[in-house]
Design a protein around this ligand. Structure first.
Ligand SMILES: [Mg+2]
Length: 371
């Protein structure tokens, strides 16, 4: 007789952050809202999941919490927690969209299965092909000088990748910020993320000029919906173009692969709706020779641990990750021990399940902050 899910708790929390973030779309200040899922089985195993919804991407924290609590709870109650594919298929049949909610649920199921078997989640995915993941830090503080100081200090501790948010200031300001950042961290790779910030009409000239400065890649320069132009830009520029907002699911990736929209793709659990769907996207990308990058919204260590296990077990997600928020941007996370970061890389967790344990005091505090 398989075990059953007997308890599901869905909690909205608000996490205070240390610095403002100007990202072109969806500026972040003071606090970010997240949803924590605690799922328990009849034999007493508890799994954790986390969702973060970012309004310019489509979801909201409140909508995500309601999706789990009101609409997906009936699917989960009394379900076999080890039948992860079947449970997720039932979630898809019950509720369209809501990838953030589904990612959090799937995370908790993988956490339960890993704990039950005494193995880390990446072993459930075929085992690790890498033990560390290079970490990219985003340069997005409206106080650019503060970010330069941060980047310098981080470079001294081994960080080698910085991603500058561009496109929300004028092109000359972006060129000058690029030059100042390069001077501050001369041996680091500098990547650019426009967050859809350029119009189709201005993008060719702006990108030709900034590509001459040799960024590591240029992420989503123009809005989703203009993929034919994105493909032309990718073909024309001799710097890799990475698609983020243009690719949410496997169907998007299939078109990206066949129509050569971009040279690389960003995979985020909050876009894909979980690890299993992310692997499908990465498999299509791999077949097309398109490497992937581990993106994130404003998640903490629970979601980042899930993504780290995915990347550890998925060779084609080879462009590093940006799981810096819990360590470098949040004032406190809600877990006892977050992901370890050493010499500019995330260390893939090796404890059973996701490898994360809630810190009750901070969890309670951030729950009250969200009220
Ligand atoms: Mg992006």
């Amino acid at each position: 007789m398989p075990d059953r899910i007997t308890r599901i708790a869905v909690t909205l929390i608000a996490t205070p952050i240390a610095m403002k973030r100007a990202q072109g779309s969806g500026a972040v200040a003071r606090a970010v809202k997240r949803v924590i899922v605690q799922m328990a089985t009849g034999d007493g195993i508890e799994g954790l999941g986390e969702a973060q919804a970012w309004e310019p991407f489509g979801g909201t924290a409140e909508g995500t919490a309601a999706a789990i609590d009101l609409y997906l709870r009936p699917v989960l109650e009394a379900a076999d927690p080890s039948a992860i594919s079947a449970v997720m298929a039932a979630c898809d049949q019950t509720l369209a969209g809501h990838p953030e909610a589904k990612a959090a649920i799937e995370m908790a199921l993988f956490d339960i299965l890993g704990r039950r078997l005494g193995v880390p989640v990446h072993q459930l995915l075929g085992g690790a092909v890498r033990a560390t993941i290079p970490l990219s830090f985003s340069i997005a503080d409206p106080d650019f000088a503060a970010d330069l100081d941060r980047a310098r200090a981080m470079a001294e501790t081994g960080h080698r990748i910085f991603k500058m948010k561009t496109g929300f200031l004028s092109p000359p300001e972006d060129f000058s910020r690029f030059e100042r950042l390069r001077a501050a961290v001369p041996s680091a790779e500098i990547r650019l993320d426009y967050n859809q910030g350029l119009s189709v009409i201005e993008a060719p000239a702006v990108l030709r000029e900034i590509a001459a400065l040799k960024p590591g890649f240029i992420e989503q320069p123009i809005p989703r919906g203009h993929e034919r132009v994105l493909a032309e830009l990718s073909a024309r520029l001799d710097v890799p173009v990475l698609a983020d907002e243009s690719i949410f699911d496997a169907a998007d990736m299939l078109r990206c692969a066949s129509e050569r929209w971009a040279d690389a793709a960003s995979i985020k659990l909050m876009k894909t709706g979980g690890i299993l769907k992310a692997r499908r996207i990465s498999a299509i990308a791999e077949a097309a020779g398109v490497p992937c990058y581990g993106g994130t919204l404003w998640e903490g260590a629970i979601a980042h641990a899930a993504a780290a296990h995915l990347i550890a077990a998925t060779g084609n997600i080879s462009l590093g990750c940006e799981f810096y928020m819990p360590r470098y941007a949040m004032l406190a996370d809600v877990v006892q021990q977050g992901l370890a970061i050493e010499s500019g890389a995330v260390i893939v967790p090796t404890l059973p399940g996701l490898g994360m344990v809630l810190e009750p005091g901070e969890f309670k505090r951030q729950t009250e902050l969200a009220r």
